[in-house]
Design a binder for this molecule. Structure first.
Ligand SMILES: NC(=O)c1ccc[n+]([C@@H]2O[C@H](COP(=O)([O-])OP(=O)(O)OC[C@H]3O[C@@H](n4cnc5c(N)ncnc54)[C@H](OP(=O)(O)O)[C@@H]3O)[C@@H](O)[C@H]2O)c1
Length: 316
C-alpha cells in the first residue's frame, strides 16, 4: 500500500480506503464482511469508513465492524483509522436527522456504543443542513474532538459555497478540518472542479466516494446484470442505467485500461489518484474485487494521449 498525507495534517491515509455502506449490514454475510475487512487490513488498508445509518438495517455496519474489532482486530486499534458520520436520517422525530448539536452528540454516542470504540479517528458532518446554522454544526464537531470522542473531523457533501465557512470556523476553534468527503469518479467530475480546489486551499484532505460509480466503472455489467449485484438491488443503482450507450462507453474505456495492463476498475481508481485525491474510498462485495482494486496503486501515471482519449470517451 502507498499512503498520502491528508491535507496539511500529519495523518497519512492509504491511497485505497474501504467503505462499509453496502455489504456489511445485518442482511449480508458476516463471514464475507469479516474476510473483506481482514484482507483489507492485511494489504495495508488502514482506513475503514462508516456512517451511523450504514446497513441495512441502519447501524448494523457499525455493529459488524464492532464484532470484527472485538474478535480479530482490536489489538491493532492504533494501526487503524476509523471514521463515522451523522447527518442523514437515523431515527424518528426531530433529533435523528440534520446538523443540530442535539443530533450529532447523540449519534456519536450511539456509534461508539455500536462499534465498541472509545473514540473515532474521524467524525464527519455527513451533509449540509440548510435549517441549522453552520456554526452550530461546526461547534458540535469542535466539542466532539475536545471531549475525546474523535481525533479529527471532516465534512461531507457540503455545497461549494458553504465549504469556506466550515473551514474558517473549525480553524478558528483549533480543530482544523482534516478531510472533505465527496462523490467523484470518471462519470461524475463536478466536485473535482468545484469542491476539491477549495478543500486544498484550506489544507483539508479530499477523499472521494463511489470512485467506481457503484460498479459502473468495472466489468461487473459486461455480460448482463449478475444476481446480487448492486443494480439488482435497485435503490442507489438501477438496472435501467445499464444501457447500450453506457456499455459502449465502458468497453472503450476498458480498451485503454487493457493497454495499460489494468482492469477497468484499476484504471478508474488510478485516474482519481493521478488527479491528486488523498484516497479513493471504494466499496466491494468480495475479497477478489477488493484485491483487484488495490492493484490500482501500481500504476497511477497517465500519458497525455491516454488522458485525452479518456476525455474524448467521457464527453460522448
Ligand atoms: N459521504 C457520503 O455521503 C457517501 C455516500 C456514498 C458512499 N460513501 C462511502 O463511499 C464508500 C464506497 O461507495 P461505493 O460502494 O458506492 O463505491 P464504489 O467503489 O464506487 O462501488 C462499489 C461497488 O462496485 C462493485 N465493484 C467494486 N470493485 C469491483 C471490481 N473490482 N470488479 C467489479 N465490480 C466491483 C461492487 O458492486 P457489487 O456490490 O454489485 O458487487 C461494489 O459493491 C461507501 O462504502 C461509503 O463509505 C459515502
Amino acid at each position: 500500500m502507498k499512503y498520502n498525507y491528508c491535507g496539511k495534517s500529519g495523518l497519512q491515509l492509504p491511497q485505497v480506503s474501504l467503505g462499509m455502506w453496502h455489504n456489511f449490514g445485518s442482511v449480508d454475510s458476516f463471514e464475507n464482511a469479516r474476510e473483506m475487512l481482514l484482507t483489507a487490513f492485511e494489504n495495508g488498508i488502514t482506513h475503514f469508513d462508516l456512517a451511523n445509518n450504514y446497513g441495512p438495517e441502519p447501524g448494523s455496519a457499525e455493529r459488524t465492524l464492532g464484532r470484527v474489532l472485538r474478535e480479530d482486530l482490536m489489538a491493532h486499534r492504533d494501526e487503524l483509522v476509523i471514521s463515522s458520520k451523522a447527518g442523514y436520517e437515523m431515527w424518528n422525530g426531530p433529533y435523528g436527522n440534520g446538523g443540530s448539536r442535539k443530533y450529532l452528540m447523540a449519534s456519536i454516542n450511539q456509534s461508539l456504543k455500536r462499534t465498541g470504540l472509545e473514540y473515532f479517528d474521524i467524525f464527519y458532518s455527513h451533509r449540509y443542513d440548510p435549517n441549522t446554522p453552520i456554526e452550530e454544526t461546526m461547534q458540535a464537531l469542535v466539542d466532539i474532538v475536545k471531549s475525546g470522542k474523535a481525533l479529527y473531523v471532516g465534512i461531507s457533501n457540503y455545497p461549494a459555497d458553504k465549504q469556506q465557512a466550515c473551514y474558517d470556523y473549525l480553524r478558528a476553534h483549533d480543530v482544523p478540518c482534516l478531510i472533505s468527503q465527496y462523490k467523484a469518479n470518471m462519470l461524475f467530475r463536478d466536485t473535482l472542479l468545484a469542491q476539491k480546489p477549495i478543500a486544498e486551499q484550506n489544507g483539508s484532505g479530499f477523499i472521494t466516494f463511489c470512485p467506481l460509480a457503484q460498479g459502473l466503472l468495472t466489468d461487473r455489467y459486461f455480460n448482463g446484470i449478475p444476481t446480487g449485484s448492486r443494480a439488482t438491488r435497485g435503490i442507489f443503482l438501477k438496472e435501467s442505467q445499464i444501457t447500450e450507450n453506457y456499455l459502449k462507453q465502458v468497453h472503450a474505456l476498458n480498451e485503454i485500461a487493457a493497454g495499460r495492463g489494468q482492469s477497468l476498475a484499476q484504471m478508474a481508481l488510478a485516474w482519481l489518484l493521478h488527479l491528486g485525491v488523498t484516497s479513493v474510498l471504494i466499496g466491494a462485495s468480495s475479497t477478489q474485487q477488493l484485491l483487484n482494486n488495490i492493484g490500482a496503486i501500481d500504476n497511477t501515471d497517465f500519458s497525455p494521449e491516454e488522458l485525452s482519449n479518456i476525455d474524448q470517451i467521457l464527453q460522448n
